[in-house]
Design a protein around this ligand. Sequence first.
Ligand code: 5GP
Length: 189
Amino acid sequence: MKLLEDRIRKDGKVLGGDVLKVDSFLNHQIDVPFLCELGKEFHRLFDGEGVNKILTVEASGIGIACVTAQYFHCPVVFAKKSKTSNLSGDMLSAEVHSYTHGVTNHVLVSGAYLSSSDHILILDDFLANGCALEGLLAICRQAGATVVGCGTVIEKQYQGGGDRIRARGIRVESLAKVASMKAGEIQFS
Ligand code: 5GP
């Protein structure tokens, strides 16, 4: 998506450890009208697939998930990284290694909010090694829900997570695919 590639070139900063920082518009400060354009694109890609729920993981997936949900007219469920006192009843869970924090989180979704009748679109801000999407796919499997596909705003394609998931027959759409990056230079696929 050219609009997104241009914005990444303009505002993105490549940090050490293969991290692309886009927190001036995507996942810290949020440019809502800009994210609406991304949400419309996810809607165009997955329209007609019967999506009735969007699943993401806290915290940085929540912004794009909520904006996109407006176009699907559906709720957002986000996996929580800690068990809070208001989480009760049956739980769906998975281990997710955090790429940016370097820790493994036991992420949780209340069984009340995902069921076998759901058609889920999984969304996240970034796709690197694929751990976050794998965890969310595992949670959907536990619920018996149908996964329509996965969408990510930025896929660092050279890290291989997206292609490993695609190889299993799961649809993965990313709005910008980074082929390589180093300070001051980002190449898109
Ligand atoms: P994965 O689980 O695919 O290895 O990494 C995806 C998760 O790690 C995303 O939820 C995202 O929050 C974080 N992440 C991975 N790579 C980057 C990056 O280059 N920049 C930022 N800001 N987050 C990233």
